[in-house]
Write a protein that binds this ligand. Structure first.
Ligand code: ZN
Length: 270
């Protein structure tokens, strides 16, 4: 099991499994980390979820997800901040060191206004992050999502944001699906250095049938996952490698077989 020691899997990857099932299956397979999506916390207390993880020797390596800062009215933006503070509290309660931020965007306001509100939103969360000891990891999303999911689309943009906000409580979640195409990737990863707090892997399929739910298992697509891993590690990253695959095709399969394929793909392609 030695070579699985940095492998974590997002609960979204095995979407058909609830938390008790995912925790049991990951643990049996020798996977020690889990990226916990907030939906998987519903229906039981945070204490119960934490005990479930502890009993199986599973570490929550990230809570997914906060963010979605832009809003058309001050009331919407303030509700988003409240939700982010709740998410930080949840992360602290389950022992997750970071909250992944999908920063948000509204198609009914300008890109520059979305970006301004994101900066303002992250800044407004820093004190709470510090008070509960949980870092804010900005995950840049592929620009195809710049209309409604995130107006932060490159590692370079994350670096610019962090240059302004400081890196004590703000870092970066680098997901190969979102960043692989970027001609400045290598230099921006080097610039980010230890700001990189999370590394997410899957693959880009050609043709992609669905822009949300057709991601590939590592090795099924064209991303140089190993090359990007070498770059983030050369920059100082030594944390968990999180498998995050949104795939209707894989969700429709037997999840035990899929988990076994994930482990094989991790060993061969990551
Ligand atoms: Zn991700």
């Amino acid at each position: 099991m030695e070579n699985l020691e940095r492998l974590a899997i997002h609960t979204m990857t095995t979407k058909p499994w609830d938390l008790p099932t995912a925790v049991k299956k990951y643990s049996q397979a020798g996977v020690g980390g889990l990226g916990l999506w907030r939906q998987w916390l519903e229906g039981r207390t945070l204490e119960t979820s934490k005990a479930l993880l502890d009993d199986h020797g599973i570490k929550a390596v990230s809570l997914v997800r906060g963010g979605f800062f832009p809003g058309l009215t001050p009331a919407e933006r303030s509700a988003s901040l409240d939700d982010n503070r709740r998410a930080l509290d949840e992360a602290a309660a389950i022992g997750a060191p970071q909250l992944v931020l999908v920063c948000g965007a509204r198609p009914d306001q300008s890109l520059s206004e979305n970006r301004r509100q994101i900066m303002e939103g992250i800044a407004a969360c820093i004190d709470h992050a510090a008070s509960v000891g949980v870092k804010l990891s900005i995950e840049p999303l592929h620009p195809m999502y710049a209309d409604c999911r995130s107006a932060v689309n490159t590692i370079g943009q994350c670096n610019d944001i962090i240059d302004q906000l400081g890196d004590a409580w703000v870092g970066i979640a680098a997901d190969v699906y979102h960043i692989w195409w970027d001609p400045n990737l290598e230099q921006e990863i080097r610039r980010a250095g230890k700001r990189i707090l999370g590394f997410h892997v899957c693959d880009w399929l050609t043709p992609t049938q669905d822009f949300l739910n057709d991601r590939g298992l590592m090795g099924e697509g064209c991303i140089d996952i190993r090359g990007i891993r070498q770059e983030v590690e050369a920059a100082g990253f030594c944390g968990w490698i999180e498998v995050e695959i949104f795939s209707s095709r894989h969700w429709d399969r037997d999840q035990d077989a899929f988990l076994s394929d994930i482990i094989t793909a991790y060993k061969s392609h990551v």
